[in-house]
Structures are given as C-alpha cells and as structure tokens.
Write a protein that binds this ligand. Structure first.
Ligand code: 3PG
Length: 206
C-alpha cells in the first residue's frame, strides 16, 4: 500500500458531512472525534462550506479534514490552497485528474466502472471512491475489479451503514468506507451530538 492508502486504512471510516451551518459542522466534528473518528469529508454542498471547513481546521482536533464534492479543477485548487488533508470527488474528469497530478493534496476520485478506473490510472491514481457503492452492487464490483486491478484500492461510499460496513471493510481491496450514516440530517437538526458520538464509536468498533 502507498502512504495515502495506509492513512485511509488507519482512518477506516470517512464520514461524509454536509455543512448545514458552520456551528453544526463544528459540533458534528467534535461529536465524531469523541466517538473515535479520525477524518471528515466536508462536502461543498452549501454556501457556508468553505467557512465550515476553515472553522473545523482551526479547531486543531486530531482529525484529517478533507474537502468533498470536488467536481472540477478549480475546486481542487481551492482545496489545495487551504491545505486540506485530502480531496474527494464524486466522479472523474480529465481536467480534474490533470490538475491533481503531482499535487501534495491526495485526490480520492469517484468511479463506478472499469473504464473510469483506467482513466484514473492514466493519471497515477491507485485509490478510488467506489460511488454510489450500494446502488451499483459494490460487493460484486469489488470482487470483479480484484481480478484485473489487483493493486487498486477502494473506499466504497454511498448507501454504506453500520450493518454493511463490516462486510465491505473485510475485502482485501477496500481500505476504508465513506458515508453519512453517523451524521444524518435529523440527528444534526435535533442537535443529538451524543447519538452522533455513539454511532461513530459503533462504526469505529467494526
Ligand atoms: C457522498 O456524497 O459521498 C454520498 O452522498 C454519501 O452517501 P450516503 O449519504 O449514502 O452515505
């Protein structure tokens, strides 16, 4: 495994966070870290996303802060400029892959097919987000990809839960799993931070 793969394997779970507000993103992160989580992928899905990312970085918690929903090269450059720990995209494009090549910011690009995987490999990528994992039958795809792509590792994301995470993590070509199940909108809206800590701890215990 390369260094990025090793760090993802240590993290095991990459929570996918929607930053509804700066304050709720701070509280979510604190709650997950209290539950043993070591990373957050904060998605660029709301107007306050960059402010929320900066606020979480400034907390100084033992948590890797990644930027999600990197859908183009410009957003990758912005994530690089704020010294994010990692970047995640839902899919790939040649412009994004070219921009990430040689960068110190690791990109975890989303793929769902062998052709997309090979496109990423052309740019030196060996770790992919398998997305949307459960909608595309991740267990079957992971078995199928292991034959022609033995050196490639995956972070299945999309539809992952406490129940199916163990089966995915047990696979030799899976380094970690991603998902939002520990920070559902209803938990965040109700401010149930202790429940977020509890679900996070359960996830880390897998
Ligand atoms: C993502 O953007 O990675 C997904 O929305 C996460 O999927 P989930 O909400 O099903 O966990």
């Amino acid at each position: 495994m390369n260094e990025f793969q090793k760090s993802l394997a240590e993290l095991k779970i990459v929570p996918v966070v929607t930053p509804y507000t700066v304050q709720s993103t701070i509280e979510m992160t604190k709650a997950m870290v209290a539950g043993g989580i070591g990373s957050v992928e904060i998605t660029l899905r709301t107007d306050c996303a960059w402010d929320a990312i900066k606020a979480v970085q400034d907390l100084g918690l033992p948590v890797k802060v990644g930027v999600g929903t990197i859908t183009n090269a410009n957003l990758f450059a912005q994530a690089e400029a704020i010294q994010a720990d990692f970047a995640v995209s839902p899919g790939i494009s040649n412009k994004l892959l070219a921009r990430s090549e040689g960068s110190l910011l690791p990109l975890l690009p989303g793929i769902a097919t062998a052709s997309e995987l090979m496109q990423g490999m052309d740019y030196g990528i060996s770790t992919f987000k398998l997305f949307p994992a459960m909608a595309i039958n991740a267990p079957a795809l992971l078995s199928s990809f292991a034959g022609p792509f033995p050196e490639i590792k995956f972070c299945p994301t999309g539809g992952v839960t406490t129940e199916n995470a163990a089966g995915l993590l047990a696979r030799p070509n899976v380094v970690c799993v991603g998902g939002s199940w520990m920070v559902s909108k209803s938990l965040v809206e109700s401010g149930d931070w202790s429940e977020i800590s509890r679900i996070s701890a359960a996830a880390m215990a897998i």
